[in-house]
Design a protein around this ligand. Structure first.
Ligand code: RIB
Length: 320
């Protein structure tokens, strides 16, 4: 069925304060950085902008503070073509902020204070009911209150992608059971399952444990090792191979580029297999790590070199 929106995000908007440093500081250490920039971030908004840049019709349900950052962020999302009718400015709250250090090898450290994002509540799902019933894919993360996120998942009839980031040690069963696709990285998979996740085979064990815990389709992203996934009710695990990157500049937001791109490809190519959608999303994430910044590093569709019909994209994969 054709909807008004390809991708709707129920999630976070955060302003990033980014310091570039030669290496990440040790505990108690003060380091001289080389550059400071601010940018628009937050996993939810990043994922939404990633999808919008690829050509999805997008909307976000979220909260901003009643400070200059909130107003600027509202305008920035609109300029990206994102529908912001359901992004509220909350009186007396500050816009979420993230302090980010990016090292010369591309590694990062992030501390978030979510501020107004904490005001997203189940009632916002009901206020956005029309929007949600008009979208192909819903995307959620864990930077906004869990009860509201679960309400969004429960009230969505299309394909939902739950990106359980940042990492939590445990999540309510509803979060696993009500999402169509549950997607985490190695760190998040390790924390949720209690297993060590360093190799592709470790990741396979974690994926099967997540399935036992109640998940349907599961994807685990593995950075420079690509991604693995298994469809709901199948024990066959596929390893989708990575895209080779010559020089990593900044990994901040690469996971969000992947999720936003995945949502885009699923929404635009509903009959294409998940393997091709994941491979194409890997390519978008690989492009984003080669540029500094979060949203500003996300490519537009024309820059990706991907075919319009992603089912014809040659992906490299194997069963593991
Ligand atoms: O995933 C990267 C994002 O995490 C940053 O933009 C920051 O805002 C935090 O939410």
């Amino acid at each position: 069925m054709s909807h008004k929106f390809d991708v709707v995000v129920f999630g976070s908007c955060i302003v990033d304060f980014i310091s570039y440093v030669p290496r990440l500081p040790k505990i108690g250490e003060t380091l001289h950085g080389t550059k400071f920039v601010t940018g628009f971030g937050g996993k939810g908004a990043n994922q939404c902008v990633a999808a919008a840049r690829l050509g999805s019709r997008t909307a976000i349900i979220g909260k901003l503070g009643d400070d200059p950052w909130g107003k600027n962020y509202h305008d920035a999302l609109r300029l990206e073509g994102v529908n912001v009718e359901h992004v509220d400015i909350v009186d007396g709250e500050s816009t979420g902020i993230a302090q980010i250090n990016v090292a010369e090898n591309g590694d990062n450290q992030i501390v978030i204070v979510v501020g107004a994002n904490n005001c997203l509540e189940p009632a916002d799902v009901h206020k956005g009911a029309e929007l949600l019933s008009n979208a192909n894919v819903l995307v959620c993360q864990l930077e906004t209150p869990l009860n509201a996120t679960i309400e969004a998942l429960k009230n969505f009839a299309g394909t939902s992608i739950m990106n359980a980031a940042p990492a939590l040690e445990s999540v309510p069963l509803d979060l696993l059971e009500y999402s169509t696709i549950f997607c985490v990285n190695e760190t998040e998979a390790a924390l949720l399952t209690g297993l060590q996740v360093e190799t592709v085979m470790h990741a396979k064990a974690a994926l099967l444990k997540l399935r036992d815990m109640g998940c349907g389709t599961v994807i685990i992203t593995l950075g420079e090792k690509g991604a693995i996934f298994a469809m709901k009710n199948s024990t066959k695990v596929k390893h989708v191979k990575p895209i080779h990157v010559e020089r990593v500049v900044d990994t901040t937001g690469a996971g969000d580029a992947f999720i936003g791109a995945l949502a885009h490809f699923i929404a635009k190519n509903p009959s294409t297999g998940l393997t091709e959608c994941i491979a194409a999303a890997n390519r978008v994430a690989a492009m984003s790590v080669q540029k500094p910044g979060t949203q500003i590093s996300f490519p537009r569709f024309e820059e990706t070199g991907l075919p319009l019909d992603v089912s014809s994209y040659q992906s490299e994969w194997e069963y593991i």
